[in-house]
Design a protein around this ligand. Sequence first.
Ligand code: BGC
Length: 432
Amino acid sequence: MAFSEGKFQDVLSEFAATTDFIKEVATNFQKDLQIGLRDPKSSSMRMLKSYVGLPTGKETGEFLALDFGGTNVRVLRIKLEGEGRYEVIKKVGEPLIIPGKYDYIGKNSTADEMFGFLARLIDEAIDGDHSTKFYLGHTFSFPSTQDDLNNAKLIIWTKEFATPGVEGKVVNDLLLDALKKRGIENVVPVAVINDTVAVLLSAAYQQSEVYTGSIYATGHNTCYLESSIKDPKGFGQGGMILNLECGNFMKLTPNRFDVALDRNSEKPGEQRFEKMVSGRYMGELFSMAVAELLDSDKKFDFTSIDMSEIVSDDSENLERAAAIIEEKTGAKLELADLKKIKELDEAIIVRSARLVTSSYVGIVWQRANGGEIETQHVAVDGSVYEKMPLVQENINKAFTELLGKDAAKVDTILDNGGSGLGAAIAAAMAVS
Ligand code: BGC
C-alpha cells in the first residue's frame, strides 16, 4: 500500500513550525510572562515563586537529596565541597512503576503507599541510621504553591500521574508522616524545589552566566531568575527563581492531533504546551498521525524511544525503522512509505525543539527587558534534550532564526543529574 501524497502532505503540514510561527510563539511567551509578573492568575503559566535565588558556589556540607518527579525516584547523599565541586557518596533509586509488579502512580495507588515507598528509599540511602541528623532537599517536579522554601502544596498532578490523596496536600507533611511511620526522625526536610529550579541551582553552582533551568524529558518546564522579585528570607542571590510551569503555556495554536491527544489525556485542557513537546507525549502524537496515514482505527503505542530509533536509521532500506513500524502497527510498508513515516517522525521532533527554543527566547528577551541581550547559558536536563536525535541541532538553528546575531550569546548546556545536586544545594542554602 502506498500513502497518497496528498494525505501525507496534509498530515505532515500539521507539524510544520515555520520561522514566523516560532517568532509568534516566542513573542506570545514573553507577553504571557509579563502578564504573569503583574498577575500570575492572568497568565496561562503558573509562574510559581520558589523562594530561592542563585547559589554562590561556595555552599558546603553533606546533604540528602530526594529526586521525585519522573519515572524513577532517586535518593542521594551528596557532599558539597564548594567551588562548584561535589561528591555523590551514595545513590539509590527505583522506578515508581513496574508493570505487573507494582504501581505507585496509577489511580489505584494511595498517597500512603507512594510516600511509604519514598521513605523506604530514604532509609536505604542513610543505611538505616536513625540517629545522625540529615538535612534533606527535595526535588518535587510538579506544579506546587509555596510560601517558603520548605513547603510545597501540590496543585495538580501532571505527566499522567494519578495517585489519589496528594493533590491539594503539602508534600512535606506526607513525607514527614511516612518517615515517622518508619521510625525516621533524624531526617529533616529543609527545602522543596521544582526540578527546573534544581537544574538551575546545579548549573549555577558550577559555572557563571546561567539564569535559566529547564527540563526537556518525560515532562517539560522551565524556570528563570527574575531579578525584580526578592526573597524576603534572602536565600540565594540575584532575585528569585520563578518556576514558570510553562508546560501549561497555551497561547499557541495546537494542531488537530494535539487537540485529540489532549481530549483523551488524564487532564484535558491542562499542560497543552507540554503535550506538544515532551517525551511523554511525542510518541502518542506520532502514533495518531501514523494511524491516520494507515487508515487504521487501532491505537498504536510508539514511544519517543521508538521515534529516536526510527529517525536514527540511516540504512538504505530502513530495515530497523521497518521492523519497529511493523512491530507496532502490524503493517509491512514499502520503502517509499517508510521514508514518509521517517519524515513525519522528524517533523514532530523538529517542531518540539523549535517550540521549546521559542520559550527560551521569550525568557531571554524578558531578562534583557528591551536592552542588550546578556551572554548566557540555558541549563537543560532530560532524556529528550540529551538523547533524541535532531533536538540539539534544531535548538541551535531556531536560536539563530529568532535571535539573529545575538544567537552567538545564547546557548544550551546539558546539566546532567542536576535534579539531585540542586536539591542538595537548596538544602545547603536553607541551613546556611
Ligand atoms: C511539571 C513540572 C516539571 C516538568 C518536568 C511537568 O509536568 O508540571 O513541574 O518541572 O514536568 O519534570
